[in-house]
Design a protein around this ligand. Structure first.
Ligand code: 7SA
Ligand code: CA
Length: 541
């Protein structure tokens, strides 16, 4: 049919009346296709703001019990938060929460996570005070992101106006209909697939956007409902807005038989983000920070070689659940990073891809603000983005990596034996904790390219190895101790590495023992190549 129409339109059929109709229907069809493409593409990207956001978690576990009303603290601090360089602030749930609970280990209630209505008068301040704080923060250039808790509400106080008990809106009133996990025993879980529940939240999210200055949402306990539901809420809230999901559910928590049970935490987080098109807290990095070595911090979502994986990561060191908080019980501290690692962790997340999040007490209660402020300045001057490329230099101890921003690159060395520097690299722009943290600011680098390296006619003795040592950081800056180890393959010794493109590189083959002695250098002139032009480079003893 369509082909015929085009045919007759192109060739000009006899009947002018019909031709006009055909052209109109053809244009309509083209417009529909175009709209679909634009909408789909617009949806396909992850909603991570500008891609250059820096988020402050604007509360801690005891903020609702703070001696000074929290909304007043936020109002008074708004300008400082802006001048400190934050572009987003994650605020606690804005709703009324009159709960209180205590267990053997701790107590709490009123923080917003067991809310009973969408009323904004709560223990953080009044409706008016919230509006004032949000207005001041947005005016200071710090876009407000509200924490929202659609999985459950205080079932003991469910107001009849919202979801009367004994109705289909509750999980356990309709034969266990729940799109995901239950919070605790599920008594408080809402049936988020139910149109009444879905629309109540949709209207409230739009209300937060239109009347309380929301430019983004932090979805709580996303394990409790479908990612697709989050995507539908965000389509209504706005696809240019920011959203991040808290999917704190390790692979082992998925039932046997669910593919995620044997997947990596990165895979689980990426799957959730692909289905919701929201960013996601980088619990893969958090787990490595808690249980891995510094070198293994590269296994976080934000260190993935694929930019589509890095750009969805919202990195953090601790939050109101995992970390300590000022005040009663020291907060919850379910999974706190040991103190000695905290500065290192901030140095890493603020100079690497993903969207970094700073926890309020670290900045404004426990005096890490000097370091964090400098790290934010360096990140911004380099133009580092959530999807920026990062190259890890694994031949050094600790963690050494180069993140390439739009205006420059940052080389970071955490507790590393990196001493010999490439020519022209100069002194670090930041040197903290007696050299445990060093950062260099270098000119913008091109994206990385693969190069294969080969050394021919090498004759290492037992216990010796063949290495490539050369001018750039990737080649160990002419330090035999930190050359690139080659592997013995049938026709010689080779390996491949990633280096920034368009670099004039010089190097040599060496043979050395484990502790870099004795050393035999390839004789003659250096091997040279330009990365990106040559995809392989060979040296010969
Ligand atoms: O242990 C930490 C990690 O150690 C690592 O070594 C482990 C990790 O696996 C391991 O490798 O992480 C595990 O433990 C985490 C913390 O529990 C789990 C994680 O999945 C698990 O792997 O994280 C879960 O818990 C967090 C607190 C949640 C995560 O989304 C969730 O996955 N965080 C968010 C969710 C909520 C709830 O909205 C908030 O919880 C967090 O601040 C927010 O960030 O009638 C209803 C009812 C009954 O159903 C109950 O039976 C009854 O007890 C009411 C009563 N419930 C009360 C709770 O018992 C009480 O604890 C409720 C009313 O109040 C409290 O709940 C608090 C919660 O304690 C608090 O953290 C809730 C509501 O006020 O607010 C907060
Ligand atoms: Ca649920």
């Amino acid at each position: 049919m369509l082909r015929v129409q085009i045919h007759s339109v192109l060739l000009g059929s006899i009947d002018p009346e019909r031709t006009t109709m055909n052209v109109i229907s053809l244009l309509k069809l083209l417009f529909l296709c175009l709209t679909f493409t634009v909408t789909f593409c617009a949806n396909a990207a992850v909603r991570n703001g500008s891609g250059e956001e820096i988020m402050l978690q604007g509360f801690h576990w005891n903020s609702s019990r703070n001696p000074i009303l929290w909304d007043s603290v936020l109002l008074q601090k708004a300008e400082t938060i802006g001048s400190d360089g934050f572009t987003l602030i994650w605020l606690p749930p804005a709703w009324t929460d009159t709960s209180s609970w205590s267990s053997a280990q701790s107590s709490g209630g009123g923080e917003g996570y067991f809310w009973s209505s969408f009323d904004k008068n709560n223990r953080y301040g009044s409706d008016q005070q919230l509006k004032q704080a949000a207005t001041a923060l947005n005016a200071a250039g710090v876009k407000v992101v509200y924490d929202v808790v659609p999985n459950h509400m205080n079932d003991g106080k469910a107001s009849a106006s919202l979801f009367p008990r004994g109705s289909e809106e509750w999980r356990h009133d309709c034969l266990q209909c729940d799109e995901g996990d239950a919070f605790m025993d599920g008594a408080a879980d809402l049936n988020t697939a139910n149109p009444t529940v879905f629309n109540a939240f949709k209207q409230e999210f739009i209300n937060l956007r239109d009347n309380y200055g929301a430019h983004g949402l932090r979805f709580d306990f996303v394990r409790g409902y479908a990612p697709e539901t989050v995507d539908r809420w965000m389509n209504a809230f706005g696809n240019q807005q920011f959203c991040v999901g808290e999917n704190w559910k390790g692979p082992a928590e998925y039932p046997q038989g669910d593919w995620r049970h044997s997947a990596s935490w990165q895979d689980v987080l990426k799957d959730w983000s692909d289905r919701s098109h929201c960013a996601v807290f980088d619990f893969a990095l958090k787990e490595r920070m808690q249980n891995g070595s510094l070198a293994e911090w590269r296994e976080g979502l934000n260190g993935n070689p694929n930019p589509a994986w890095r750009e969805i990561a919202v990195t953090f060191v601790d939050n109101h659940d995992t970390g300590y908080s000022p005040g009663i019980n020291g907060g919850q501290h379910h999974w706190a990073l040991p103190d000695a690692q905290v500065n290192l962790a901030y140095a890493f997340i603020l100079s690497s891809p993903g969207t970094p999040t700073v926890y309020w007490p670290h900045m404004y209660d426990w005096q890490r603000d000097q370091l964090i402020r400098q790290l934010i300045k360096l990140r911004k001057s380099a133009g580092i983005r959530a999807d920026s490329p990062i190259l890890f230099n694994r031949q050094y101890s600790g963690l050494v990596a180069t993140t390439s921003g739009t205006r420059g690159s940052l080389v970071i060395a955490l507790k590393s034996d990196l001493q010999k520097l490439p020519e022209g690299m100069g002194a670090p722009v930041l040197n903290w904790d007696n050299g445990d943290i060093r950062i260099w600011s270098t000119p913008a680098q091109s994206a990385a390219v693969k190069v294969s390296i080969r050394c021919d006619n090498a004759k290492p003795q037992a216990g010796e190895g063949v290495y490539a040592v050369g001018s750039s950081l990737e080649f160990g800056a002419w330090d035999p101790q930190h050359g690139i180890a080659l592997n013995s393959v049938d026709n010689g010794w080779s390996t491949s590495i990633e280096v920034p493109a368009r670099q004039q590189l010089e190097w040599k083959c060496i043979v050395r023992g484990q502790n870099a002695s004795p050393i035999y250098w390839q004789s003659g002139p250096n091997n040279t190549f330009t990365s990106g032009l040559a995809s392989d480079t060979v040296g010969r003893f």
